[in-house]
Design a binder for this molecule. Structure first.
Ligand SMILES: NC(=O)c1ccc[n+]([C@@H]2O[C@H](COP(=O)([O-])OP(=O)(O)OC[C@H]3O[C@@H](n4cnc5c(N)ncnc54)[C@H](OP(=O)(O)O)[C@@H]3O)[C@@H](O)[C@H]2O)c1
Length: 288
């Protein structure tokens, strides 16, 4: 079986949809913490296994001997090393054939708390002795475009990354295609892929693209990390999320998310989705 964890999340949904185009549904299983959310997959013949990364007992039946597993990193920042380790332990106990893990792009600073959890998971996975694949995902386009309704209403964005800092992002669907290539193909065991978009855009270019499509002004205001923090806190963003957002901008300012080596387009056999396409898709829903 090919098993996808966190399948009811945004990336996981893309992975399952693309898997179902390549393999019969009875060869696909999902591991989810909310069975009801996975009902659409179950209706199509996908096996649903219920487990929570944070409750090791629930992971006991999550995997079977010979499964090829995609462990999609969890979203509970600060708890993830323990959670991911529990999933890896369960996969090892079950005797899976492969475990691919969605990590973070390799250039991220070693002292970044966000990268730390991924690096620790990578080490735990490698030390487990399981056949592994590291899918080191860069930024999703949708992180930028997901809030376009609000930023368009506000007239622009604020960044502490610097207007000229670059991001080599790709669509979630591109990263999902890479995972599907690894899960359904051969020759990936114990490989590490640095996955990012073919092009690296700057915030100034991003703002100009949004403005061009909107036909009106869309500003990009570069501020210091301190001012960025104050603005976000003032807007009611929870402090823990403020830390993440300012930290990510710091990574971008250092150029860590601009890294490109062509692994993603090589794995998926096509160019990655341009940011302009993601802007256009997001604006369709904003303008509708
Ligand atoms: N590269 C990037 O730009 C970027 C940006 C954001 C996040 N990420 C990372 O990439 C992952 C996937 O991204 P996404 O967009 O699909 O995020 P998402 O939509 O928030 O999905 C996160 C998934 O993780 C599952 N999950 C969280 N905690 C869990 C637990 N304790 N046990 C089992 N499942 C758990 C969630 O389950 P439910 O469906 O039940 O909620 C959900 O399916 C994120 O979790 C995060 O680690 C990357």
């Amino acid at each position: 079986m090919i098993v996808v964890t966190a399948a009811t999340g945004a990336l996981g949904t893309h992975v399952v949809e693309q898997l179902l185009e390549r393999v019969p549904a009875d060869r696909v299983a999902v591991v989810v913490r909310d069975e009801a959310k996975a009902a659409p997959f179950a209706e199509r013949g996908v096996e649903v296994r219920v487990a929570d990364y944070g409750e090791p007992d629930t992971l006991k039946g999550a995997f079977g001997e010979g499964d090829k597993v995609l462990l999609i990193s969890g979203s509970e920042i600060g708890r993830r090393v323990k959670q991911h380790s529990a999933v890896i332990d369960a996969a090892k106990d079950a005797g899976v054939a492969l475990l691919a893990y969605t990590s973070v792009l390799g250039e991220a600073a070693d002292d970044s708390p966000l990268a730390d959890e991924h690096r620790a998971t990578e080490r735990y996975l490698i030390d487990s002795g399981l056949p592994y694949v590291l899918l080191r995902n860069g930024w999703y386009h949708e992180v930028a475009t997901g809030q376009l309704d609000r930023t368009v209403a506000a007239g622009g964005i604020i960044t502490s990354a610097g207007a000229d800092s670059r991001v080599a992002s790709a669509a979630r669907a591109d990263y999902a295609a890479a995972a599907v290539a690894v899960l359904t193909g051969e020759g990936h065991v114990n490989r590490t892929y640095e996955l990012s978009g073919d092009a690296a855009w700057s915030f100034a270019e991003y703002g100009a693209e949004v403005a061009r499509r909107l036909g009106r002004e869309f500003t990009v205001k570069a501020v210091s990390p301190e001012v960025h923090r104050e603005i976000l806190l003032g807007a009611g963003v929870p402090a823990s999320m403020v830390d993440v957002l300012v930290e990510v901008d710091g990574e971008i300012a250092l150029g860590h998310l601009a890294y490109r080596n062509g692994d993603l387009s090589a794995l998926i056999g096509r160019p990655t989705t341009p940011i302009a396409d993601a802007v256009a898709a997001a604006l369709e829903t904003v303008e509708a």
